[in-house]
Design a binder for this molecule. Sequence first.
Ligand code: ADP
Ligand code: MG
Length: 150
Amino acid sequence: MPTFLEDEQATEAFGAALTSALSPGLVIWLTGDLGAGKTTLTRGLLRALGHTGSVKSPTYTLMEIYNPGKIMLYHFDFYRFNHPDEFLEAGLEEYFGGDGVCLVEWADKALPHVPQADLEIHMSVEGEGRRARLEARSTKGHECLNRAQF
Ligand code: ADP
Ligand code: MG
């Protein structure tokens, strides 16, 4: 389902609405070019979960860990990977398959090691705003979307 997001606030609100789709262990890929709004969406989602601190892009740190309340959230960004094996070298598999929700920017740079998405949110620039396309990629992803309130 495509959604037009006219400004940064609209993208944060879209991220906030996504909290209704979360379930333990969900893997969400955030795809789209640099500056498309992937980290902005993540910020909105984290704020809605109760996180009050800053939300930094994990471009340099590879990942940021958040514990805003009920659910752990792991935010990854593999943009700077030179080789997909860096995913294994950093021991990142351990964060997947547990109860935490994983949000992944530039997942394609960690293929085939990074787990496939349950949900994919593709962001693109459209005029002055952004377009978000949300797709379920697994049975679990479909269940989450059916439960979600948008
Ligand atoms: P990404 O993580 O995809 O590289 P960011 O979320 O870090 O992108 O950055 C998006 C940039 O685009 C920010 O500078 C933000 O202010 C700007 N921007 C303009 N319009 C929007 C919008 N509708 N949604 C999100 N960001 C927007
Ligand atoms: Mg980003």
